[in-house]
Design a protein around this ligand. Sequence first.
Ligand code: HT7
Ligand code: ZN
Length: 876
Amino acid sequence: PQVIRREDYRPPDYRIEHVDLAFELGAEETTVRSRLTLRSDHERSQGIRPLVLHGEELDLRAISLDGEPLPDGAYSLDADSLTLHEPPEAFTLEIETAINPKANTQLSGLYVSNDVFCTQCEAEGFRRITYFLDRPDVMATYRTTLRAERAACPVLLSNGNLVEEGDLEGGRHYAVWEDPFRKPSYLFALVAGDLACNERVVETRSGRPVRLRIFVEHGKEGRTGYAMDVLERSLRWDEERFGLEYDLDLFNVVAVSDFNMGAMENKSLNVFNDKYILADPETATDADYAGIETVVAHEYFHNWTGNRITCRDWFQLSLKEGLTVFRDQEFSSDMRSRPVKRIQDVRRLRAAQFPEDAGPLAHPVRPDSYIEINNFYTATIYEKGAEVIRMLHGLLGEAGFQKGMKLYVERHDGQAVTCDDFVAAMADANGVDLERFKRWYGQAGTPEVQVNGCYDAQRGSYDLTVTQTTRPTPGQETKEPLHIPLAIGLLDGQGRDIPLTLGEGPASDTLVLPLCEERQSFRFEGLPKPAAVSLNRGFSAPITVRAEQSGTERAFLMAHDSDPFVRWEAGQDFATALMLEGSEAWRAGEEPSVDPAFIEATRAILTDSRLEQAFIAEALALPSEDYVAERMEVVNVEAIHAARGALKRALAEALRADFAQLYERLHDSAPYSPDAEAAGRRALRNAALSYLSVFAEAEPQERVRLIEHYRQADNMTDRMAALRLLVDLDLPERQEALDDFENRFGDDALVMDKWFALQAVSDLPDTLERVKALMQHPAFSLERPNKVRALIGSFIAANPLRYHAADGSGYAFHAALTLKLDALNPQVAARLLAPLGRWRRFDAGRQEKMKAELQRILAVPKLSRDVYEIASKALG
Ligand code: HT7
Ligand code: ZN
């Protein structure tokens, strides 16, 4: 397959100024008539360049130019393009194609989900609807006519404003939509179906009314209230914090059951996976509510960062995604607890992006090449991209950052631009040089920052020496030093911040060290001996910090640091070190020992009534097995599992009375509310339950506590918390709860995803057999991405113990599944593939088995580009 390179970018030879589309919607055959107003955009005196339109799986029915049918010799067709050999300077091109939405299992282009027609055009789905210059730097205005059977599709939606509607013969009707804003084809959307609607009218800050509408399948409208509240809050927040106002009279959201990702920001017609719209206390967890808040806001914020200002080419994807993730993170931080949100975002970055940066699929925030762009909607583009924006925000401050945003919008509204354009706006608005900072966009890999401190008692000075290195990544053997803003603090013996100054600067409790060279030293004078160093406060840069820290120092930071992120981080570092020691002990057949300082520091956090409950819950959550695995030379899945279990048991035994007391004290009889405080209380109570469940196998009263927690739950958060613990226990209560759950929610596809996912992450030895059996369950289907992700994705990505079974059964299952799925939905198949690519991290036996499965996949002749790219890069 062809490799697309960033350096090969050339502006388009033709512009499309206007697009007139007419859809005759039918599930098995939809005809699409498109009238394009085109203009040549190259120097024709040096030769007329052909017009090459993209198109895939289209049945061309007719083609004419300026009203005249095109003769055969004037154009040619192949599997993915239609070429006009010598088009005139300015002309209209009319094309009629037919497509089969029902047969579209890839869910890219126009498809049918539960009888609802819908589209997904990012990144390159529009070419599966009609022939077009399907690239983001071709921006046009659109007029779209939809015709369909009225009974089956009373609702007809597209981008922009509804300008006309009416009846047609034979029970059909039509609607005409006009979008006044120029947009790239990836933002086109249509939806047609029988949908219920929740509507709310709000006013923008300049007093314009906007109709917000959320469409869902009938019967689900009662579950749209929270998403609607979030939408209204997002609109307000973008006005208040970023000065950005909504620009149309209508904002439509549609939720569908089958969707390749979370949601899509099509201009004024956002399409969502049900999962990110539907919520009520009985069916959605606190995490689901938080996810809805993030995703609804994220798609709304794209209206400016992505739609009004879009990407010049797909290498610039992080221009819109990194920036919009930063904006949605800030929104949630303003709505909830900022420190807790930061901890959760860092946890996510480390779980998904750090391993990506350390493996065969590592790529820069602005990649240099790809085979299939759908493979590049990655944690690096999104989450690391957001961290890069966050560092800019830290360097410029809120006011400076907003000045930069204002200039970016003034300069580029209505354009398709690059990451360099964004950084240039930030630099120009603030009069700063960001040239070295820009290396973050081009260099892959997570920098490792080694910090060494040394106190000179005689001089009263403290020297910090900092070294940065980034390991080679595929295609980037040598690395350059980056501009890393490292926020630090020093604590005195009482745990108070020691005010610090750097050069002539003012004294401050937290200093941001500008690391720009491979090795730098910083001296702080006139200080008492620091008791501890607090590093990377607030996670000021997406790096791995290496520092010699004793357990005593970590416990001290856990107890005292003024920065909540570092308090949490010190606990995670301490626990990770203990688990690594525990793994070694397990391997040697010895009993692991747990440093009492860790237990006491955890007790202190647990019983500190000044701390937020959500924060305490985060502090009690031990690092995941995958996180610990990343720190090991050769991953030993069984040892890590055993060591994590042993550490959890040690904490549970030492703090049992505290957990039991907390569990009782936090019982809440008030009606469920998804707000952050109530969610924090539930998270903490459920964390206590999780520790107490350690005793459930041996002690009947703890078993009763667990099953009663399940039985008495009046909300999905508590129900799921109990069920998550029960699925790991080989007890009759496990089956009782699973059966009850299925009986209650068997008809609700979205809730059944939870039931599938929980069974897939169980650490019981027969989990893979159960997963295979569950694939035969009537609620499961390989054609539905949510089902595949819930059952198979959870097993592959969230059950390291069973996925990495030494006999290779997990890998063989994965490969067979990939091949089956690739024939139906390559995007989803490829997205699940990354864990097989981590083979270098395992012992020789597992390495061989993982590689053999990758080879088995690659040996199949008709592989999609998506799976080919991931599997071949994974094999290396
Ligand atoms: N911009 C969107 C990314 C996207 C996508 C969404 C649904 C299905 C397929 C997709 N391909 C790319 C979603 C976002 O980041 O906001
Ligand atoms: Zn996005």
